[in-house]
Design a protein around this ligand. Sequence first.
Ligand code: SF4
Ligand code: ZN
Ligand code: ZN
Length: 312
Amino acid sequence: MSTVICTICKQREAFFFRPYSGESLCRRCFIKSIEHKVRATIAKYKMLEYNDRIAVAVSGGKDSLSLLHILAKIEQKYPKASLVAVSVDEGIRGYRDKAIKMAAENCEKLGIKHHIVSFKQLYGYTLDQIVKRLKRKGGDGLTPCAYCGVLRRKAINIAARDVKADKFATAHTLDDEAQTILLNILHGDALRIAREKPITDEVHSKLVQRIKPFCEVPEKETALYAYIRKIRFQSMPCPYASEAMRNDIRIFLNRMEQKHAGIKFTIFRSIEKIQPALEKAVRKEGLKECNKCGEPTTAEICKPCQMLRQVS
Ligand code: SF4
Ligand code: ZN
Ligand code: ZN
C-alpha cells in the first residue's frame, strides 16, 4: 500500500482522512487544525474578551477534557485571562465519581484550579437518590436524564458564579448541536432552536454567559484529539443513558455523514441562517428571579425547583 502524505505540511505521513474537506492529515497538522478551529470559532462568534475569567465545564469525558487542554493552551497567550475548571457531581455512583477523579488529574497536570459542586450539596439529593425516590412514587414519566440536564444547567451556572467567571465554556460538539436541532424538531419544539446558540445572549446579573467553542468540531475529532494527546478520560457510559431518541438521531446522522460528508455542518449552517427569523417569532421573555431559590428564570418558580418538588 502506498503512503499517503499530509495535505497540509506535505512532509509527514497522513493518518487521518477528513472526508468533509478532502484533507489527509498527519498527527501534528491534525492537532494544529483542531486548535486553530477552536480559535477561529471563538473569534467568529466573539466568545471571549482578552481579560475574561473562563470557567470550563469539565465532566471528565473526552470532549470536555480536550476542550480544557485546548483552552489552557490558548489562554497562555493572554496573560490577563484566566481559566478555572468546574465540575458538577450529580451523584451517580461508580460513574461520575470516577470521571471527576480523571478531571481532577487533568487539572492538576495543567495547573488549573478545579471547583466541584454537587447535587447533594445544592439540592439535598444525589441523582441516584432522586431516581430511587421517583421510582418509589411511581415515576412522573420523565427520565433520569431529564432531571439531570435541568439540575446540571443550574448547577454549572452556580459553580461558574462561585469562581467569579465571566463566561463558562461547555464542550458541546458539532454532533451535539446537530442532534439537538433535530431533536427539537422531532419533539415539536422548533422555536426552541432560536435559543441554542454558540454564545448565549440572555442577560441577567446572576446568569453567566455560556460559550461552545467546539460547536464546529465533529465529535469524532475531539475523541481523536484526546487520543493523540494521550489525555486520560472517562470512557464508560452513564448507567442512566437512556435518551432513546437522541441515540436514534446520532445513528441516523452518522449514517448520513458517511454517505454525504459534511451533512452535520449543513444542518448547523441552515439553522444559523433561519435563526434570526426564528428569533423574531419567539416572544422574548425577560428573566426574573425564582420565588423559591432566587436563580434566574422566565417563570415564577424555576424548572429545577419545580422538579425538586416532585421528589420531596
Ligand atoms: Fe445525566 Fe443522563 Fe448524562 Fe447520565 S446520561 S450524566 S443521567 S444526562
Ligand atoms: Zn502534516
Ligand atoms: Zn428555583
